[in-house]
Design a binder for this molecule. Structure first.
Ligand code: FE2
Length: 140
């Protein structure tokens, strides 16, 4: 899962945070998928969970503040997307605590993480950039 230049929305802070998210998630996927003893991978899994919970909150907040500033029309539904994602991560955190970090559950989580990140960053976040471009061109 590679970061691509085309994912940039033209807002340096947001782009930088997205790139970091992609980097961390792809490291996580590599760890989960590589051969080896499962228990030895758990540190990385736990580190990623902690990172996702902290970093994502900061990132979503920054992105939401930016959307307010530019009065992005779809900011409310975008915010709901962020909320749902935080809840989904929170649910997995709880399941890991209750059921343990089984390989199966971690695989499931990693699949969801990648799907969500690509869908969101490569589609929904792009629309913010398109809106700002149109605004700058005086079309709105
Ligand atoms: Fe977003």
């Amino acid at each position: 899962m590679m970061w691509k230049e085309k994912y940039k929305i033209g807002v340096p802070l947001v782009d930088q945070q997205h790139e970091e998210l992609f980097k961390r998630v792809s490291e996580f996927i590599q760890t989960v998928q590589k051969k080896g003893i499962w228990t030895e991978k758990l540190d990385k899994v736990k580190e990623t969970m902690a990172f996702m919970q902290e970093y994502v909150v900061v990132h979503f907040h920054d992105e939401e503040v930016y959307q307010e500033e530019v009065e992005y029309p779809e900011r409310e539904s975008h915010k709901q997307d962020h909320t749902q994602f935080k809840e989904a991560v929170g649910n997995y955190v709880n399941r890991f605590k209750e059921e343990g970090y089984s390989e199966e559950l971690v695989q499931e989580f990693s699949g969801k993480l990648v799907a969500w990140l690509i869908m969101h960053v490569a589609a929904k976040d792009q629309k913010i950039g398109e809106y700002v471009d149109a605004q700058e061109r005086g079309e709105l």
